[in-house]
Design a binder for this molecule. Sequence first.
Ligand code: AP5
Length: 224
Amino acid sequence: MRIIVLGPPGAGKGTQAKLLAEKYGLEHISTGDMLREEVKRGSKLGNIAKEYMDQGLLVPDNVIVEMIAERLGEGSMGKGFILDGFPRTLSQAKALEDVLGGMADIDMVIYIDVDDDVVVRRLGGRRSCPKCGAVYHIVNNPPKNDEICDKCGHPLIIRDDDREDVIRKRLDEYRKRTSPLIDYYMKRGKLVRVDGNKDIYCVFSEICIHMDKFFKSSAMEGKE
Ligand code: AP5
């Protein structure tokens, strides 16, 4: 199964993608995590990306498309994959179709719809583990020990782009450049919308209903 998770910054794309990957045995591919890894390594790509990320701007399409094409070309995707944070522009969506060889290859686009004020509250309280990638929220999903990762014991950090001025810029970029994808995938009959304002496990159950429906209809059609 090949899924895209779409939504504004802080919608819960990463949180839901991790839960789905675990439940359905899918590979979780997050362009944000891949870029942060490059920044940490101090690679050429990381240095280019950092300039854009720190300002809340999208990294240029050619850089992202090259990175994702390489990742998808590596194979070993288990039962399929979940793209989290890609595509983010119409040009990236078209490039993805070229890589996959046609829209038919994306099975479902899960659009997590969240209000702006919820986004600002969520990102303001997010804490991330730079070692294992686990994500928490100081109120909604706190770690057991203050500021320490439950999974690996590493101290948690606040992401550089989770400052309020950068969050506003990321929301602007989303509205201008990413939100047209909602219509794009709706017209192609791929989009399912879920209400992302609810709590993490309510959102997850709603997505699972769509996933299970998809698996059931694929099984009836004799597809995997
Ligand atoms: P990226 O890392 O993808 O950032 P983003 O899209 O802005 O999304 P976030 O990671 O901030 O949020 P999320 O939706 O994953 O929410 P999360 O689950 O963490 O990208 C970062 C940057 O990289 C971009 O700005 C850009 O510069 C660049 N980039 C990446 N991909 C690119 C691309 N394709 N093209 C160009 N540039 C690209 O949850 C947020 C918080 O809320 C957490 O604390 C969580 O615990 C909490 N939470 C989650 N769900 C709920 C819920 N239902 N109820 C209550 N709390 C919740």
